[in-house]
Structures are given as C-alpha cells and as structure tokens.
Design a protein around this ligand. Structure first.
Ligand SMILES: CC(C)(COP(=O)(O)OP(=O)(O)OC[C@H]1O[C@@H](n2cnc3c(N)ncnc32)[C@H](O)[C@@H]1OP(=O)(O)O)[C@@H](O)C(=O)NCCC(=O)NCCS
Length: 128
C-alpha cells in the first residue's frame, strides 16, 4: 500500500522544465527544498510555531523525477524534543498523465528548532 492511499500530503507539486539538472531530470536540490517546506508544515501540526532547519539526515534519492511528474510530499513525526522536532518526509511521484501506482522517489529526516521572536530556541507547545 502506498502512502497516498491513506494520507493527505503536506505539499503536492508538478515539476517544471526550470527544475531540471543537466541530465534533464529534476535537480535534487529542488526536491530537498520542497521536503524542507513539507517537513516544516508537519512540524507546525505538532505545536512548533516559528521553525528553522538545523539538520537534514538520511536523505535517499531512490529514483529520478521527471518534468511533469506530480510529486506528493508526506510528513510524519519522528521525535518531539523540548525545542526541536524531527520529521520524516517521504516523496511519492505519479508520472504525468499516468494512473499507475505512485512510486517512492525520495525520503529524508529533518530536524527543526522552534524559535521565539528574538531568535532563541523556545519550547514547543504540547498539542496533546
Ligand atoms: C537552530 C539554532 C538556533 C540552534 O542553536 P543551538 O545553539 O544549537 O541551540 P541549542 O543547543 O539550545 O539546541 C536547540 C535544540 O536543537 C537541537 N539541535 C542542535 N543542533 C542539532 C543538530 N545538529 N541536529 C539535531 N538537533 C540539533 C538540540 O538537541 C536542541 O533540541 P531539544 O531542545 O529538543 O533538546 C542554530 O543552530 C542556528 O541558528 N542554525 C541555523 C538555522 C538556519 O538558519 N537554518 C536555515 C538554513 S538555510
């Protein structure tokens, strides 16, 4: 079963020609940028208000992404610390115009730190 059958993505995008690398596939940095945004959205769902990224780990690019592919970014809580939160983001892609099963192309774990208005780490609100 793919994630798309059970959950809503934090972000869904269609990749454009401007996002390509010299090989014609999608530049990994573009995917990482969306992963960072999707993870921050997930972090907010767990009580973080104003976050900065402190670490990206376990980044794996399983398969290339192509122009026109529809990429869905799914966030999942890994660890809730005092001022930090770690989220896993999984990216699934459906080929343009295809009704085939989405495939997992990338995954990563991102740690964010919750900052107060002066930019100092501050405890994350407990939501439950
Ligand atoms: C995020 C930042 C404010 C943290 O500063 P710091 O002095 O390390 O803060 P602290 O030591 O109080 O640690 C804060 C939390 O971050 C965690 N943390 C710090 N460095 C970490 C790392 N490399 N990996 C994972 N977690 C880390 C700590 O464990 C702590 O978590 P906890 O409160 O849940 O236990 C500082 O590193 C920073 O400003 N980094 C740049 C962030 C940024 O600009 N990101 C965008 C890049 S373009």
């Amino acid at each position: 079963m793919t994630i798309s059958e059970t959950r809503q993505p934090a972000i869904r995008v269609s990749l454009l020609p401007r996002d390509t690398n010299p090989n014609g596939t999608i530049f990994g940095g573009v995917i990482l940028s969306y992963i960072d945004q999707a993870g921050a959205i997930e972090a907010r769902l767990h009580g973080a208000d104003k976050v900065v990224t402190v670490a990206m780990e376990k980044v794996v690019f399983h398969a290339p992404v192509h122009v026109g592919d529809l990429a869905s970014f799914y966030g999942e809580l890994v660890r809730l610390g005092r001022t930090s939160i770690t989220v896993k983001v999984v990216v699934e892609v459906a080929a343009a115009g295809s009704r085939s099963v989405p495939t997992r192309v990338t995954e990563a774990e991102i740690t964010y730190v919750n900052l107060d208005e002066t930019g100092v780490p501050t405890p994350i609100r407990r939501t439950s």
